[in-house]
Design a protein around this ligand. Structure first.
Ligand code: ADP
Ligand code: MG
Length: 292
């Protein structure tokens, strides 16, 4: 009998309410999310939908207001301040949108990667070896002695990935890490994340506006008004030519609803007049014919 694996990240009915003077902002309203160990998951959603709030909670930078949230053995609603510090130092790595927020400008790439290791007291020789390994993993073995301003934005973000992984955390979180990059450079950063996920078995949750993220992540979930509203998975399929293609599937949610990406709904003009035909090999969606 195969044992059902417990998800590495478990959020159930999660709420985050910010109180401002006499105003309450509900940033997360009953969010459910599970991420398996070693999964590369992307979160997409409009600005203000709660993406950063969720990542900050998963990084133990912020505390939920109600519900359940767990990462590995940790319960994010019941942690002491000491446990939070320990968690942030060793159990999670974070990459921010702005390269300048991720790196110290007066330290080389290698020195930047060593900083988190020196904080937890790793011996110098090991720091050097591990920093070099991590920079090689993201394809920067020839640029380890450059300062951040001598690197492109994409290269700086790849250094930031190495910094985030310095203390070998099992989880890597990234909030719009490609937000300030062009398409080609964004692809390099996502490729580096994908490589990291596969080689080191790190679980990755990334927030991104970049549509190309679906080609790299195992799964894309959409968040709207503080809840997950749609999910899709990319699966590798091998064509006859031996070439690998990625196909996207939509997932039926727990309530049995099928959510289409907003672009498809708009493009096909489906709102309020859609016909579904369930067939043996799938579901056909057609706009309903107009009455004459
Ligand atoms: P996203 O990252 O998807 O753009 P956020 O998680 O930053 O969204 O914000 C979700 C909602 O919570 C927004 O309405 C935002 O204004 C509000 N919010 C975020 N952080 C705070 C805060 N520290 N205080 C008050 N409201 C906040
Ligand atoms: Mg945000």
């Amino acid at each position: 009998m195969t044992e059902q694996q417990t998800p590495y990240i478990r959020c159930h009915d999660l709420f985050k309410i910010y109180k401002l003077a006499d105003l309450e902002v509900v940033a997360l309203r009953g969010l459910d999310l599970e991420v398996m160990q070693g999964e590369f998951m992307a979160i997409v959603g409009a600005s203000g939908s709660g993406k950063t709030t969720l990542l900050n909670i998963l990084a133990a930078l912020d505390t939920p207001s109600a519900g359940q949230a767990g990462v590995g053995i940790r319960d994010l609603l019941n942690m002491t301040e000491k446990e939070r510090v320990e968690f942030r130092r060793r159990e999670v790595g974070f990459v921010w949108q702005s390269p300048s927020r991720n790196l110290l400008p007066y330290l080389t790439a290698l020195e930047n990667v060593r900083v988190p290791m020196s904080i937890v007291g790793i011996p110098f020789g090991e720091q050097q070896d591990r920093a070099w390994e991590l920079l090689s993993l993201v394809g920067l073995e020839e640029k380890t002695h450059r300062l951040p301003h001598q690197l492109s934005g994409g290269e700086q973000q790849r250094v930031a990935i190495s910094v985030a992984l310095a203390n070998r955390p099992p989880l890597l979180l990234a909030d719009e890490p490609t937000g300030e990059l062009d398409t080609a450079t964004a692809d390099q950063v996502l490729k580096a994340l994908q490589e990291t996920c596969r080689t080191l078995g790190v679980t990755i949750v990334i927030v991104s506006h970049y549509p190309g993220v679906a080609r790299f992540a195992d799964r894309v979930v959409q968040i709207r008004d503080g809840r997950i509203v749609a999910e899709s998975v990319m699966e590798a399929t091998y064509r006859q030519s031996g070439e690998m293609a990625r196909e996207e599937y939509l997932i039926v949610d727990r309530a049995g609803r099928l959510q289409l990406p907003r672009e498809s709904v708009e493009k096909l003009g489906l709102v309020g007049r859609t016909r579904l035909a369930v067939q043996e090999d799938g579901v056909v969606i057609r706009p309903r014919e107009r009455k004459r």
